[in-house]
Design a protein around this ligand. Structure first.
Ligand code: HEC
Length: 478
């Protein structure tokens, strides 16, 4: 993402619902503890069994990735597959590293609303999995199995446009790749995007995808004969993020009165993060489906806020940090394990030459690179008109993982969303671990052929860092 230091509301966007893997809706309905009936002759009749208790959880929260041809390294479709790794399953769900999800309530951060498409397992599902494993992972009676689910992500309802790269792309090798594809949607007038969905081509290699609008068609000049170019972090052009996706992502739909403005003549730039594909030579051709609305009451803009290189005259920007030497600076010393950088931003009273509109915070996400470990975004409501008083935490990702990024949309009506008013102060606090104890640092160093940690600064490259809040905001159309 670009080194953005100010709020821009020039362009609209939609939520980074890198929505995970929710296939069904409700939590494992069949996940009761009761042991009534339904066991094979060899299993005891009480206690959780695979077919009755575990399979529904795997269907709902795991199989969209853990199925043949999908991103996870093994399937969790059949009893034998799950039994084989039941120790790992128990570990991963207890550690809450699977299913992938980053936003947690902590002592420091209790967002007012829950999140949409929340992938997390309930504590009772986690306990059930643990009890099942501890009891020797019994299969139970196949007659108790839930009906199979449809694993193909449904199309975006009401889609009117589908775009894809001019040429399929073959990723191979043992490194992650970040590739930007230039697509011309042929907009002859400004459009208001109201929903989108990504349809992954080769789901074995597509790790996640970001969509940017390129209003000045700058990306045309960057693309090679394949219609694409290499890009890490952002799109490399001046244009906002407008959508994002991760495996298992469901179609992203906004209410009919919300849209993201995409100017006439824009290009769309899709950045795909490819997993190391090894010797695979299957091409990927990931498509984006879109739908539009007319004259929406609210527009959405993805604001990326942070990455301040220094202190600003009004006291905003980079704040003094624990390892500063002669001056305030963004520098994460090599081998510093609990290094923080803190940034402030005061919401201005004017924006783009007009008064700043009331901003509704549709959701929140965080962005760092490989050294980052924890990020917290909060707002202090200093505006006297603010319906909230004092500090309000928007999101915290206490166990940051670069591989699984998304913004988290609040499960709330527009009028109940957190609001930004002029004078409110946003705080971004990023914590970094620049030691070999951080497995992501190990990986990043290896990718760069380095043996030990180096001082890390603000920047766009793999071994640079960021501290960026990702804020899908709504404001009333004028
Ligand atoms: C969004 C996709 C996705 C979902 C949903 C998901 N996984 Fe995974 N899982 C992965 C990927 C990809 C890996 C490979 C490691 C990695 O990239 O983190 C993985 C790895 C694992 C591992 C192996 C970890 C290791 O140490 O080798 C286990 C066990 C696991 N997942 C269990 C689950 C369970 C159980 C669920 C559901 C409760 C689940 N996963 C949901 C994508 C997913």
């Amino acid at each position: 993402m670009s080194l953005r230091t100010t709020v821009t509301l020039l362009l609209a966007t939609s939520t980074l619902a890198l929505a995970g893997c929710e296939q069904g809706s409700s939590t494992s309905g069949a996940g009761g503890q009761g042991g009534q009936g339904g066991s094979t002759t060899t299993e005891p009749s009480s206690g959780p069994t695979f077919h009755k208790d575990i399979e529904p959880i795997l269907q709902k929260s795991c199989q969209s990735c853990h199925s043949p041809g999908n991103i996870a390294p093994f399937a969790l479709m059949q009893y034998d597959e799950a039994k084989l790794v039941s120790t790992l399953i128990k570990e991963q769900v207890q550690a809450r590293t699977m299913p992938p999800w980053g936003a947690f309530e902590t002592n420091e951060c209790k967002p007012k609303h829950g999140f949409r498409d929340d992938l997390r397992l309930s504590q009772s599902d986690i306990d059930l999995i643990a009890a099942w494993h501890d009891a020797g992972s019994p299969e139970g009676n196949p007659a108790d199995a839930p009906p199979p689910i449809d694993l193909k992500g449904a199309d975006l309802p009401g889609k009117t446009l589908e775009v894809e790269p001019v040429k399929p792309f073959v990723s191979s090798g043992d490194q992650d790749q970040f590739r930007c594809f230039v697509m011309d949607p042929g907009f002859t007038k400004d459009m208001f995007m109201n929903g989108w969905h990504f349809v992954a081509g080769n789901s074995k290699v597509v790790h996640h995808a970001l969509l940017f609008v390129d209003p000045n068609a700058e990306s045309d000049a960057l693309a090679d004969e394949t219609g694409s170019y290499e890009c890490f972090g952002g799109s490399g052009v001046n244009g906002d993020l407008i959508g994002a996706w991760a495996p298992g992502g469901v179609p992203f739909e906004l209410a009919p009165n919300i849209g993201t403005r995409l100017p006439a003549g824009s290009r769309l730039v899709m950045q795909i993060h490819y997993h190391p594909a090894g010797t695979t030579h299957d091409p990927d051709s990931t498509r984006v489906q879109m739908r539009f609305t007319e004259s929406p009451e609210y527009q959405m803009a993805f604001v990326l806020l942070g990455n301040f290189p220094g202190l600003q005259p009004n006291g905003d920007g980079l704040q003094p940090g624990p390892n500063d030497k002669a001056k305030i600076e963004f520098r994460i010393p090599s081998n510093a394990s609990n290094h923080t950088e803190t940034m402030l931003f005061t919401l201005p009273s004017t924006i783009n030459g007009g008064p700043m509109p009331e901003l509704f915070v549709y959701g929140a996400g965080t962005h760092m690179h490989y050294v980052g470990r924890d990020m917290l975004v909060e707002v202090e409501h200093n505006n006297l008109q603010s319906p909230e008083k004092g500090k309000e935490c928007l999101v915290q990702t206490p166990d940051w993982n670069f591989a699984w990024q998304r913004a988290y949309a609040y499960d709330a009506a527009i009028n109940d969303l957190p609001r930004f008013l002029p004078g409110d102060v946003l705080k971004m606090r990023c914590t970094y671990d620049n030691t070999m104890n951080n497995p992501y640092v190990q990986k990043a160093l290896k990718d760069q052929n380095l043996q030990s940690p180096v001082d890390v600064y603000l920047g766009e490259s793999t071994l640079d860092e960021m501290c960026l809040a990702v804020l899908p905001l709504l404001y009333k159309s004028q």
